[in-house]
Design a protein around this ligand. Structure first.
Ligand code: BGC
Length: 458
């Protein structure tokens, strides 16, 4: 996920206006601080056989709804409403992963991964407030069971960006989703049900995927539901609500299954200061985006998940230029490729929080599969360097198994190591899939993956 540039242009103009003559750093969200009290450094990593190799996916980006209006279990999410309003591209049936999960499973088995992160669509499970779809609950439990039976450790994510439509109040966006009056109560019931159903087969739970990025995009950038611009007050309320809900979920997970591991999953790009960022406003806002959520939940996590895709100097010029950037150092969306940023991010997370880490997402949108191999290999090399330097990184999850629905980019962005055959639904591997399989087989500790030179110029 990535913020688009246009609202920032507005933000920039407003900032120039507000800051003319002002020399202080501008930080509308307040000082970031040093973070939590430093904790004792974690023990040297014991990786070897235990390194997790996985793919990450999400329900909304992969599943077909498989219900029609008027049917008892019909559900909608806030994204469906946004799409109906023409604010984001419609997703249709995506990769049919609800009715054809076997196709994902088949591809996963062939890939050699040891772990698989998928998410549960809350709206499918609870199509109306307090009304549960028992078949859906059993369906998600069956996914976890089938993975486990195939020797693949499920990593169950309880929320990946989408809310049931009944939490989305179009007329009152400020009381929607995280800020809906009933959200926490409903969330806790949903979490308990899903953890109880999946616990027999599941060791890893990620309560939320990138709540930090979603909250920034929803309340400051205005691009995602509920679509609010520069709503700094709502940003903080959403951080409070989501971290409270994360902590509730972590407590329930541990109560239901004390041996389970709670994984945070946050969007952690590497930010640099840009020359034309007046008062450092954009930089400060972005750094807030990295830590505001994690600062409040890291202590209830066993593993901190880093979703890392790019680095950026978030000034107005670079943001405006993004769609026009092409070449070996950029993805097809203009994101800056910077494996060293991942190394630095690992360092920063380790120093700030002192906990074991996993790279819970990393990947590239490109039509050039050689470039994908180059991208992944160099990011693996950065992880290997971090591990050799003593940082406790325990896994790498590629985004993603197959080309999928990429939020406001629709189906244009090709992140998959395979793509779906539209007739058979088979996930047909790209060369990068075979390459990844060889890496998994041959380099279980990542440490020996070398970095390589760019091979292509997209
Ligand atoms: C999100 C995914 C998304 C990926 C690529 C992450 O921010 O968790 O849903 O597809 O980035 O943009």
């Amino acid at each position: 996920m990535k913020f688009s540039f246009s609202p920032w242009a507005g933000l920039f103009c407003a900032t120039v206006f507000l800051t003319s003559g002002c020399v202080n750093l501008i930080d509308p969200l307040g000082p970031i601080g040093k973070g939590p009290e430093p904790r004792p450094p974690v023990a040297k990593p014991q990786l070897k056989e235990k390194f997790a190799w996985g793919f990450s996916t999400s329900s909304y980006q992969y599943e077909d709804p498989a219900v029609k209006p008027g049917e008892a279990d019909y559900f909608q999410t806030d994204w469906d409403i946004f799409a109906d309003e023409g604010k984001v591209p419609p997703k249709g049936n995506a990769l049919y992963s609800w009715t054809h999960f076997d196709k994902d499973l088949e591809a996963l088995k062939k890939s050699g991964v040891t772990h698989y992160r998928f998410s549960i669509e809350w709206a499918r499970v609870e199509p109306k407030p307090g009304v549960y779809n028992e078949a859906a609950i059993r369906g998600y439990a069956a996914m976890a069971r089938k993975l486990k039976e195939a020797g693949i450790e499920p990593v169950v994510c309880l929320w990946h960006f989408t809310f049931p439509a009944w939490l989305y109040d179009k007329k009152n966006p400020g009381q929607s989703n995280w800020l809906h009056p009933t959200v926490r109560e409903r969330w806790n019931v949903y979490v308990e049900k899903m953890v109880k159903a999946t616990a027999p087969y599941t060791k890893y739970y990620a309560p939320q995927n990138e709540p930090n990025g979603q909250i920034t995009t929803a309340y400051l950038v205005g691009q995602w539901p509920p679509g609010m611009d520069l709503a700094f007050g709502h940003y903080w309320k959403a951080i409070d609500a989501s971290t409270g809900m994360f902590r509730d979920a972590a407590a329930r997970i541990k109560k239901i299954k004390p041996s389970a591991l709670v994984v945070s999953v946050e969007a952690l790009p590497w930010w640099e200061r840009a020359p034309l960022d007046p008062g450092g406003l954009i930089y400060n806002t972005m750094i807030h985006g990295n830590v505001d959520h994690l600062d409040r939940i890291y202590d209830v996590c066993d593993i901190l998940g880093i979703n890392y895709y790019y680095s950026q100097a978030p000034g107005p010029l670079s943001l405006l230029a993004e769609p026009y950037r092409h070449g070996p150092n950029f993805t097809m969306m203009g994101w800056t490729i910077n494996p060293d940023g991942l190394y630095k991010e690992i360092q920063r997370v380790a120093k700030r929080y002192g906990k074991p880490m996993m790279i819970t997402e990393n990947g590239i949108a490109t039509k050039d599969d050689k470039k994908r191999i180059w991208y992944i290999q160099n990011h693996l090399a950065a992880i290997g360097r971090a591990i050799r330097d003593g940082y406790d990184v325990r896994g790498y999850f590629s985004w993603s198994l197959a080309d999928n629905y990429e939020w406001h980019y629709g189906y244009e962005a090709k992140f998959g190591l395979s793509h779906m055959n539209p007739e058979t639904y088979v996930r047909e591997p790209k060369p990068s899939m075979g390459w990844f399989k060889d890496i998994i087989r041959g380099h279980r500790t990542v440490g020996s993956v070398p970095s390589i030179q760019p091979s292509t110029d997209e």
